[in-house]
Design a protein around this ligand. Structure first.
Ligand code: ADP
Ligand code: MG
Length: 239
């Protein structure tokens, strides 16, 4: 299980993006992380992963999460990713196998097969030899998801993975994530579309610069909690 204790993210200059988050999360579930723009969703992932200035403690199976770096996949929010790097879609996905290989070892047949399979799973086989700079936003996003899949990670963190995907691709990706959770992996998805929360997630984590609530969707994704998270009146929430 993933345990987050008193996690705070405070950026240089002193901005307190997130304060005192405590979470005790189960394995084998798809978690949705929700909150308004600027509420600290990306900071929560980065704080958990040690990629932002954070205090507090994060453990997985009772050990510091750092020890599971090779078993962790992370897809950054798209606007932060450099697409000008001159590699093909296939090479980009193959990079997902590097951490498990160890220092200076080259990917072999097994890794290449896994990369092709992952490209197929996101319906990108036809584009495997295309330079990533020549892919559309949605195609590139699927390549990045394939790269996260191919790592065979236990912990999968995706920051708004559906941005730029059409409905069909989005459905494909969420099915893949659900299958990974069913196989025991833990999947964390920063998400902003409230309409799909009930379909997509087992549990939600509602944040607004601190933890508002978390737990199973049917218990926690309530009008009152949503209103509190988004600073709205609950009468204005219709679904
Ligand atoms: P969200 O993902 O929910 O939109 P973020 O976690 O990206 O929110 O950001 C939360 C707050 O922290 C925002 O006000 C943002 O401007 C600020 N912030 C994010 N990254 C940095 C950074 N590297 N330095 C300073 N402030 C940052
Ligand atoms: Mg964000």
């Amino acid at each position: 299980m993933l345990k987050v204790e008193n996690l705070s993210v405070i950026y240089p200059g002193g901005y307190r993006a997130l304060e005192g988050v405590n979470l005790d999360l189960k394995e084998g579930k798809v978690y949705g992380i929700l909150g308004p723009s600027g509420s600290g969703k990306s900071s929560l992932l980065k704080g958990i992963l040690g990629l932002a200035p954070a205090s507090g403690k994060v453990t997985f199976r009772g050990r510091p999460i750092k020890e599971f770096a090779k078993k962790t996949a992370y897809l950054e929010q798209k606007e932060n990713i450099d697409k000008t790097f001159p590699i093909t879609a296939f090479q980009c996905v193959l990079m997902g196998t590097y951490p498990a290989l160890g220092f200076l070892k080259k990917p072999g047949k097994a890794e290449k097969t896994a990369a092709l399979k992952a490209l197929d799973q996101v319906q990108m086989s036809d584009f495997k030899d295309r330079q990533i700079g020549e892919l559309s936003g949605g195609q590139f996003q699927r390549v990045l998801i394939a790269r996260a899949l191919v790592r065979n990670a236990e912990l999968i963190f995706l920051d708004e993975p559906f941005v730029g995907l059409d409905i069909q691709n989005e459905a494909t990706v969420i099915q893949l994530l659900k299958a990974m959770a069913a196989a025991g992996k833990s999947v964390f998805v920063v998400h902003h579309n409230l309409d799909t929360v009930v379909d997509y997630f087992d549990e939600v984590i509602l944040i607004n610069r601190a933890l508002i609530a978390n737990g199973p969707v049917d218990e926690v994704f309530t009008k009152n909690n949503i209103a509190q998270t988004y600073d709205m009146f609950s009468e204005h929430i219709n679904f």
